[in-house]
Design a binder for this molecule. Structure first.
Ligand SMILES: [Zn+2]
Length: 201
């Protein structure tokens, strides 16, 4: 038993090491399950069919050295607490500075927002950080492109529906350094390339 306990951390280092290797566009998508950030079970939720994809930043400056799983768990605990009383973490997927993708709420659950748009039908993807203040890393951007293509293919969503939170509501989200890829059309273009190369779409 003692030996097993000693080996356990090594196992997790191995898993994290695999997941955090920088992916280039078109590579396979690894999504760490909710157990990787010790998620609480969700409360009953409002069902949805995802029809469009909306990009967010988490909104708080986030150093790449910080513990992503811990941050995600804190966001969930806050969102489900008395301030908001949400069913779960507000987003469907989260991506950290190393490009690690984490599973959020069930994609068939409508997300949540602090702003005035209705997120029903939106698949919400957030990048950890505040991109008014910091830059999107190459790994983060690559994982975003791969995840978006994966979701477009899996849920039959047109890449043309990919927009930023600020396209729907009064907010700076997803921050200027992330929004620029939406504004100049390069994000949708990269997603379409992966859809074509990897999924033959
Ligand atoms: Zn947002």
């Amino acid at each position: 038993m003692k030996k097993l306990l000693l080996l356990l951390p090594l196992f997790f280092v191995f898993i994290a090491g695999c997941a955090s290797s920088a992916k280039s566009a078109g590579e396979d998508v690894t999504i760490l399950p909710r157990s990787s950030w010790k998620a609480l079970d969700p409360k009953p939720f409002k069902p949805q069919v995802p029809q469009r994809i909306t990009i967010h930043h988490e909104g708080e400056f986030f150093s790449p050295d910080s513990n992503s799983a811990e941050k995600i768990k804190k966001t969930q605990v806050w969102g489900m607490g008395k301030d908001r009383n949400w069913a779960d973490i507000p987003y469907h997927f989260m991506i950290d500075a190393h490009g690690v993708i984490f599973e959020g709420r069930n994609v068939f659950t409508a997300g949540e927002t602090n702003t005035t748009y209705d997120p029903t039908g939106h698949l919400l993807v957030t990048l950890l950080g505040n991109f008014e203040e910091q830059k999107v890393t190459k790994e983060q951007l690559n994982s975003l492109v791969n995840l978006l293509a994966y979701c477009c293919n899996k849920y039959q969503i047109s890449p043309e529906t990919i927009k930023g939170h600020k396209d729907y509501a009064e907010t700076l989200c997803p921050g200027k350094d992330l929004y620029k890829y939406l504004q100049d059309g390069s994000l949708i273009k990269m997603v379409k390339e992966v859809l074509k190369d990897k999924y033959g779409k």
